[in-house]
Structures are given as C-alpha cells and as structure tokens.
Design a binder for this molecule. Sequence first.
Ligand code: SF4
Length: 448
Amino acid sequence: MSTFHIKTYGCQMNERDSEALSCLLESNGYQAVASEAEADIIIFNTCSVRDQAERKVIGKLGLLRRLKRDKPGLILGLVGCMAQNHGAELLKQMPQLDFVIGTDCLHSVPDSIRRAQLRQARSVEVAMGPDQFVELTGHYPGQICAFVSVMRGCDQFCSYCIVPYTRGRERSRPRQDILDEVRRLADNGTREILLLGQNITAYGMAETRHDESRRPDHSPFAELLAELNEVSGLERIRFTSPHVRFMNDHFVDAICSLPKVCKAFHIPVQAGSNRILKLMRRSYSAEEYLERIAAIRNRLPECSFSTDVIVGFPTESDEDFAQTRDLMAQVDFDMAYIFRYSPRSGTKAAKDYPDDVPDELKHQRNQILLDDLAAGSARRNERFRGRVLEVLVEGVSKRNVERWTGRSDLNKVCNFVPVPGIKPGDLVNVTITRTTANSLFGEAVKES
Ligand code: SF4
C-alpha cells in the first residue's frame, strides 16, 4: 500500500481541503503517514495569499529534489491556491514535481498519482468553475470540532486579494448537502462546526450579485444557520468570514438570537481609514463597520470580536494608521490577525499602487497593534474570574495531565480540574479561578 503525507500552508479552507483530500486518498487505498520521511507521495497544499508561503514551498521542493534522486519512486505534488495561481509554469520550473492541481480539481489527485506511479505523464489541472468542481465531503473520524465548507470563491475583488483569482467566483453549496454533512458529523460525535467561506455572508446571494442595495433584507446564510441550529447533537456553530457589506439585519438577528451560534464573531475590518478602505475596495466605511458592531453589541453585551487588519497598504499615512488604531481601540477586539501588506501579482493593488510604505514602518505599525492587543488581553480575560462558563471538553491538557482543556462559547481556552466520568465532547460548567492573558483556569462543577 502506498503511503502519503500532505503538508498544508495557509487558511482554514486549505486545512479543510487537505482533510477532504486525505479522506479521498484513503478511500482510494493510500495510507496517511505522519512525516515526509515515511511517505511515498508528498503533497503540498499551498496558499498564495502571502508571498512567504509560496517562497517556503519553493525552498522545500528544492530540498526534496535531492531526496527524489535517492528515492526515485517518490511522487511530489502541489495542489491548492499556489498551483492554481502558477499552473503549468511550476512543472517547467520544477522537474521534480509530478503534478500540479488547482483548487477546483482536487478530486482528480488520485488519477494524477496513478499516472505518475505508472510513469505515464506529469499532470496539470487548473480548470475552474462549477463544471469542474466536486465538493469532497470526507472528514477525519472522531472530531469534536469539524470544519464544513459552505461556499467557495469570492466576487468582491478587494484590490489586494488574490482569492477571486485562485478560488474563482462565488459558488454556494446546496443547503441540503450542507445539512446532510453536518447531520452525519453530529451523528458521529461532532459537537461544534466551523462553517467556512471566503465571504460567507454572501452565501446563496450570487443571483442578487448585481443588486444595488447594499444590504438586502434577506440573508440565505441566516436561514442556513437557523436550520443548522436544529441539528440534533450539534452544540455549537461558528463561521468565518463575514463581510460587513452583507451583514444585513436578518443576519444580525440570526447570529444574536440562535442559541447554538457562538457569540464570538470574527469580522475582518482591514483598516480604520476610509481613504484606505476605498483603495482596498472594501465597499464599507469605518462608520458602517462600527455601526454593525454596535448593532450586535447592543443585543449581546457579552459577545467578543476578532478581526483581520492590514498595515502598510500603499500610501498609508501616520494619520490613516492612527485611525486604524483608534477603530481597534473602540471595538476592543479580543484577537486580531495583523498582516503587513505585500503585493500579490495580478491584483489591482499590485498593478496600480506602488508598495511605498517602507518595510521598517510596516514592522513598527504591526508591533504597535500587537502591543495594543496584548495590553488589553489580560484585562479582557480577568472579567471571567469567579464566573461559571460552559466549556466544550476537548481532552486532557497537553501541558498538565491532571487538567483537562476545552473552549468556552467565546472561544477562550479553559484548563480545568475535571470531574469523574468526563469525556471529550461533553459540555461542562467550569468555575474560573484564575486568568492570564492567554487562558482561563478553573474547576469543573459537579452536577448535583
Ligand atoms: S472579501 Fe475576502 S476573499 Fe473576497 S476579495 Fe475581499 S479579502 Fe479577498
């Protein structure tokens, strides 16, 4: 039996694709192994959103060229966004590669492996679109928390972003397929799902894409959440990522009122300056972003927010950056992914705006925002001391076998002294006795 190892770089969607691909390969008779050294087939599933991931993989493939000389039967493949982005060019540049498969053609990886094993041909498959795409629905067994893809691609074309080119235009999965997948997961012990889509709030809206109204009242994603909320055995629903332009009142009402939807929301803002938001083509203003945050917080004072921010976008001045910092302070985010801008070939920003903010200044601005976040984390966690939180149990803590670990509804890691009989997937009440900037600590409450 041939063995394979998949190395994943990038976002949760890439992780989900790797999981589904792994299940597909196992169903085709290949065996997953934990390291490259044990594998007959090594596959890189690689992100193109940032230059760094691409450079890492190119370096790695350079090293594997030598390994392939010593182990001639070794098969090397590249799949995902980077494969989609560069296609056949990669086969030309890297003779050690046996196949390059884009984001919509993962179902053809087993055929490409067979061709490579028979020494018949090297393959490139980068066609995109509804005619090509087959949703792979396999999951690793026994997961308490599982990723579920609900839509793919994006129609927003933010000026810095390569996703619409590597993942294609928006395509939503049929609601029934998603419900069937989630019911199967819940029947097999999954308690929490993370729904994935590049602009998940546009789920089911492709047909109203050209509607001029900025926030149509109807949200098919809100309806999907309402149906998932009824799935028996499922306890928690998270989702990523929404886009403010699509967060209409129907959606806000759903996330505030559905009990299984966790009240920790990741809402990318990218910048706090309206001038920069316009250059980014984000199609909302800082005021509109804050208004949507307020609409949620007015109904859920306890909820938490996280975000994505880009620093050093072309022409970003001290004043623009100060506005981003100010917006972040106003929202008081629990967490933020902060990225230093780097141009991605093929995007509007790379073509039209010189990358004119010096690297040193990008680093400084990045560090300022990280320091701001760190300064607030201990304070934000301290509010939980003495309270009882419901925790979804993940298992024994890796750092201390006498403690168990899990997450609260607000996605806080809780390490706690267990009660007898506890098992992964249980929901337990935990009294929080100590907090740090990163975690909460406590004791599980015995049921009376
Ligand atoms: S909405 Fe997100 S995925 Fe879509 S183009 Fe903008 S940044 Fe990229």
